[in-house]
Design a protein around this ligand. Structure first.
Ligand code: COA
Length: 202
């Protein structure tokens, strides 16, 4: 089997939504059923300005390809190993409103808030299926997602983990993400999150 990275259109995402959500639930080790709560939100996100999604798929090795060029892999029904997407942040989005509230809480002034919020890509989801983690696919998906963006920076939120000791934290630090807010509680979620960001291009 060979692994390919591909871009997804909104209709690709709609068609493979169940598989993409299954990767997300397995990667995050969320309880079964979480998919159903997230499905409509993931679909709504495909309509947002600047939405882009990328996926890692597994494709059987080509036989008899000697002398020919490898065809562009198609999403089709290929097993999905990873999924990542994001979109351009905007003031009417709940996430931006929560982050702005958090910035006020940590004493950021209006200049700093405007600098952070005026032009950013929100890296909303990045997940690799557990059986494919630890071989560089997450970094490759993040780099593909963030290539050629028009925004000035990328922002994301990730759960706080003791000692920043998981693959997500190691990846974000390796990619140069710095702290924007630490230990933040989004409305309605008891977990603490970090808001991280860096300038673009990567
Ligand atoms: C976080 C996550 C997306 C990272 O993706 P990943 O493919 O597992 O990891 P990376 O792309 O960072 O790969 C780095 C690892 O692959 C290894 N690796 C192997 N070949 C590699 C290559 N060619 N290039 C880079 N790294 C390679 C590295 O040594 C490193 O291993 P280590 O973490 O044990 O030190 C993924 O682990 C995941 O989905 N985790 C659960 C869900 C989650 O936390 N999502 C983010 C929530 S905000």
């Amino acid at each position: 089997m060979a692994t390919f990275l591909i871009d997804l259109s909104p209709s690709d995402m709609q068609r493979r939504l169940g598989d993409a959500l299954a990767v997300y639930v397995d990667a995050m080790r969320y309880p079964r059923g979480t998919e159903d709560q997230r499905a409509s939100m993931w679909l709504e996100h495909t309509q947002r300005g600047g939405w882009k999604a990328v996926a890692a798929i597994e494709v059987p090795d080509q036989d008899g390809s000697e002398g020919g060029s490898t065809p562009e892999p198609q999403l089709g029904s290929a097993p999905l190993l990873g999924i990542a997407y994001g979109y351009c942040g905007a003031p009417d989005q709940w996430w931006q409103q929560q982050v702005v509230a958090g910035l006020h809480r940590v004493g950021a002034d209006s200049t700093r808030i405007a600098e952070l919020m005026t032009s950013y890509f929100e890296l909303t989801e990045l997940h690799i299926h557990p059986r494919a983690q630890g071989r560089g696919l997450g970094e490759a998906l993040a780099r593909r997602l963030l290539a050629d963006r028009g925004e000035s920076r990328v922002l994301l939120s990730t759960p706080e983990i003791n000692g920043e000791g998981n693959r997500a934290w190691r990846l974000y630090r390796r990619l140069g993400f710095g702290d924007i807010i630490r230990g933040y509680h989004f409305a309605g979620d008891p977990r603490a999150f970090a808001i991280l960001g860096r300038s673009l291009p990567l």
